[in-house]
Structures are given as C-alpha cells and as structure tokens.
Ligand binder design. Structure first.
Ligand code: NAD
Length: 502
C-alpha cells in the first residue's frame, strides 16, 4: 500500500537511528567518547547523536581492515563467493528498503518519493550488478613469443579508504564499495558528517549478507580529522573519494606526504546544458532544464547550472524556465507529493544565499526565486532560483554553487557555445540539444567533459563509466567494469618456458 505523509511522519517519530561506529563487526563508541548531532535539515532538529570518530578510531579501523585483508577471510575467497555476498547485500537492502529510505530522507532532506525509488533501488542495483559480474571477469595473456608466457592478472590493492559526500549517500557509497569489495579489498568508509546514518546501516546489513567482520568498517567523523587521518594512514593502499575539488586536491597531498597511496577523486562540476534553436523537442528540453538544476535541490555534481541558449530562442526559453521554476518549490520531504526538499544544512544554506546576493550584485537578472522559504519550520529551504543574462565570467557561472540556482547565458553560434561551455575549470558532464547529427557529434567531441548527453539530461546507468576531466576528477572512473581499475593492481608474471631466447 502506498504510504501517506501521515504514515511517514509516524514512522519518522518511531525510527531508531544507528549511532555507533562499526569496526571489525562490532558497534562501538568513539575512543574519545565524543558524539556529534545528525541533524534533520527539514526541521533543524537532532535525529540522534552519532559517535565522532577521529584519528585514533581510523587507526583501529584501518588495522582491523588490514588484518582482515592479510588473513584472506575475504580477499582469498573465490570471486563467485564474493559475488554471492554482494547479491545477498542487494536483496537485504530491498528487504530493509522502508527503513533505509526513511533514514536517508531524515538525514539529508531528500524527498521520500525519490529516496526509495532512486536511492535505495540504485544502491541495491549497484551491489547486485557487481555481484553478478564477479565470476565473469578474466585475466589476460600477453602476446609473447614461444619462449615465454606472460600472465596479466588483477590483484586487490589491500585496504581502501572511501571518503564520500552527502548528496546521494547510499548511492555514492555503493559506487565505491561494490567494486572495491568485489575486487577483494577491505574497506574503511568515512561517510560525510552530514550523512552518517545509512552508511552505518549498510555496514550492518553487509555483515548480515555474509561479508566478514573487518572487511567493511564504517567510521563517521569530520573530514579534517577522520578523513585526513585516512588519507595520511600508511596502511591504507588506496583512497576513493567523492566530494569537492578542494578536498580532492588535499587527498593527493596526503598521498604524497605519506605512502603514495593510489588516489581516485570524483569532484565538482559546472555542467553546461546547451540548447540550440534546432532542438528536436523544445518542450522536452525546457522540462529537462528544471530537472537538471532543481532535482535533489541542485545538490548534484552534474547539475546543469549553466544553461546556454541560442539567441533566436533565448527570450522564449528564459520566460518558460522562469515560469516553470515554481513547480520545483521545496516542501516537507516526508510528503510523497514533494519534489524538492531543503538543502543539507545551515552552512550550505548560507553559502547558496551568498551566491544569490552576489549574482544580483554582479548584474545578472533575477527572473525567479532568490529567497529562503518555510523559515517557520526551522529547516533550510531555498526557492528555485533563475538568473538570466549571465556572463560566463561572473562568479555564479564559474563556481559550483551546489544548490537550486541556475544561470542562463545566450550564445550566437556553435563555435561560441563550445567556447563558453569549455571555459571552466570543471569537466564532469555536458548536454547538447540539437536535431543536427553532425553538430551533435562535433559538440560531443569538442566538449571537455567525462559524459556528454545528447537530447537528454542525466540519463545513464551502472553500465556506463562516470567521472570528469580537468578539475572534476582524476585517477579513474566510477561505475561499469572500468571502476575495477581503481581497486586493483595489474600484475605481470613472466614465465620462461625454456625454449631459448630471453
Ligand atoms: P566535501 O569535499 O566537503 O566533503 C566530502 C568528504 O570529504 C566528506 O566525507 C568530508 O568529511 C571529507 N572531508 C572534508 N574535508 C576534509 C579534509 N580536510 N580532509 C579529508 N577529508 C575531508 O564535499 P561535500 O560538501 O560533502 O559534497 C559536495 C561536493 O561533492 C561537490 O563539490 C560535488 O560536486 C561533489 N560531488 C561529486 C560527485 C562526482 O561524482 N564527481 C558526486 C557527488 C558529489
């Protein structure tokens, strides 16, 4: 039966949120005894007090992961066995879907209509997809001469530290954990301090699924302490990070200052969404604009925050986008009718409001939104906001705002569109709307971005790799079989077959 707002409100009042770290299969408090508040961004109230892990707890977790890796309790199991456990994890995520969906909504304000359909389902699908792939991946044999046999095999890195963001907690964690675990690594996960709850719960469910204690450890805590300790730890072999470009660069430094651990970083974005006058279906394209920037309250690395529109249709598109913004007005995330929730916390709120203020100061034309909403709730709600007549040099066009703020920029021809689109330090994704096949291919080839959508926005699945160019990321891709490159060493074994020659 479909749940109503009253049902979800009742469930929220009764929910028991996990609050301890998970190390070596045990629920424990931080060694310091400290805790931090998990806050509901829709009300500003505390959901629970969570153990605040720091460097000492990270050290315990890393040593437990190292022991687990070295004794082979997971790393030496057959790929098929590991795959079965991941598939079981996916099944248990579905079995616990209501609870996980609710925890995600309470922790980060994600509308309940999406936290199950999108976040729970996608996370489960990711674990199942990698689980199913487990015994279908082969090594290689080098094309040697007859005197040698060159085996090219993959080995797990060892201990992987995963440091993740709060905008899609369960999903981002699954993109890291599923391939890392499939490859045989042990993992220490440090979720964002804004979103510890489902991370801890997934750790518990993984144990139930048969992933042995010590193989997946979860240490909630702050970035500057726990995250940093993981980045600098000499017994960590690889870091998989998703978050801001600023912190991604810090992990590269941590690696250089410690043991040169492998670092892969998926970081920020400033996606150009480019509509040409010959877009095949302008209604569909304009509808997708709202989704591209207001869905998930704009807290998306791929958010289409720069809308580039060909001048002959510019006025019409500006008007239609401004008119439709209100349909993305945020509301109570527990209400199944709500399409957008609050932003994640007061820090994010202040940052977004600052950008809106400076956008007007810089001369952009505010055509929708611009204000806080629902202040009486104690939550952090922002109106869907649209600026027209934006210049690509303005701060709102250059910085990743990570909120529901769109800037619309006019262009005159394809060459100019491409130049504006690429004039950014980011290169995560881009979208092009055109009926001209040649133009679609030329733009896709010219855009310096890891993903280019043609006549759609953000429609992909786990089979396609994801990751950016330039300062949007480095060190490999998430999703698809390519993700395994981040979590494995490639080893060459060169065997002399004794038939002469060297
Ligand atoms: P963030 O960089 O502030 O935090 C990400 C993680 O890093 C958190 O777990 C945090 O605790 C940790 N961290 C923070 N400071 C640290 C430090 N000094 N040392 C070590 N760890 C530290 O990012 P956020 O605000 O959580 O997430 C938003 C950012 O994530 C945006 O820039 C967004 O574009 C990016 N993001 C990228 C992708 C992608 O796939 N490219 C996906 C989602 C989000």
């Amino acid at each position: 039966m479909t749940k109503t707002l009253a049902d979800w409100t009742e469930a929220a009042a009764a929910v028991t949120a996990p609050h301890q770290m998970l190390i070596n299969g045990e629920h424990i408090d931080a060694r310091s005894g400290e805790r931090f508040a998990a806050t509901n961004p829709a009300t500003g109230t505390t959901i629970t007090e969570v153990a605040l892990g720091d460097a000492a707890d990270i050290d315990t977790a890393v040593r437990s992961a190292r022991t687990a890796f070295e004794d082979g309790r997971w790393s030496q199991r057959s790929p098929r066995d590991r795959g079965q456990a991941l598939i079981r994890l996916a099944e248990l995520i579905h079995a616990n879907a209501d609870e996980l969906q609710l925890l995600e909504t309470l922790d980060v304000g994600k509308p309940i209509r999406y936290s199950g359909r999108v976040d729970v389902n996608q996370a489960a699908h990711t674990y199942a997809w990698y689980g199913e792939a487990a015994d279908k991946l082969y090594g290689e044999i080098a094309p040697t001469g007859p005197s040698a046999l060159g085996l090219i095999t993959r080995e797990p890195l060892g201990v992987v530290g995963a440091v993740t963001p709060w905008n899609f907690p369960m999903m981002m964690n699954s993109w890291k954990l599923a391939p890392a675990l499939l490859a045989g690594n042990s993992v220490v996960l440090k979720p964002a301090e804004q979103s510890p709850l489902t991370a801890i719960r997934i750790g518990e469910i993984a144990l139930e699924a048969g992933i042995p204690p010590g193989v997946l450890n979860v240490v909630p805590g702050y970035g500057e302490t726990a995250g940093r300790a993981l980045g600098l730890h000499p017994l960590v072999d690889g870091i998989t990070f998703t978050g801001s470009t600023k912190v991604g660069k810090l992990f590269l430094e941590y690696s250089g200052r410690s043991n040169m651990k492998r670092v892969s970083a998926e970081t920020g974005g400033k996606t150009p969404n480019i509509i040409f006058a010959d877009a095949p279906d302008l209604d569909f394209a304009v509808g997708a604009v709202g989704f591209s920037i207001f869905w998930n309250t704009g807290e998306m690395c791929i958010a289409g925050s720069r809308l580039l529109v060909e001048r002959s249709i510019y006025d019409e598109v500006v008007e239609r986008v401004a008119d439709s913004a209100e349909s993305w007005s945020p509301g109570n995330p527990l209400d199944p009718a709500t399409k957008a929730g609050p932003v994640v916390d007061d820090v994010q709120l202040e940052m977004i409001m600052g950008y809106i203020e400076r956008g007007s100061d810089e001369g952009a034309r505010l055509v929708a939104g611009g204000n806080r909403m629902h202040t009486e709730t104690g939550g952090y709600f922002v109106e869907p906001t649209v600026f027209a007549d934006v210049d690509n040099d303005m701060e709102i066009a250059r910085d990743e705002i990570f909120g529901p703020v769109l800037g619309i920029i006019p262009f005159d021809d394809q060459e100019e569109a491409l130049a504006i689109a690429n004039d950014t330090r980011y290169g995560l994704s881009a979208a092009v709307w055109t009926s001209n096949l040649g133009r679609a291919h030329t733009m896709a080839a010219g855009l310096k971005a890891g993903t280019v959508w043609v006549n759609n926005f953000d429609t992909s699945d786990i089979t396609a790799p994801f990751g950016g160019y330039k300062e949007s990321g480095c060190g490999g891709k998430d999703k698809s079989r390519h993700a395994l490159d981040k979590y494995t060493h490639i080893k060459t074994t060169w065997i002399n077959l004794g038939r002469g020659g060297i």
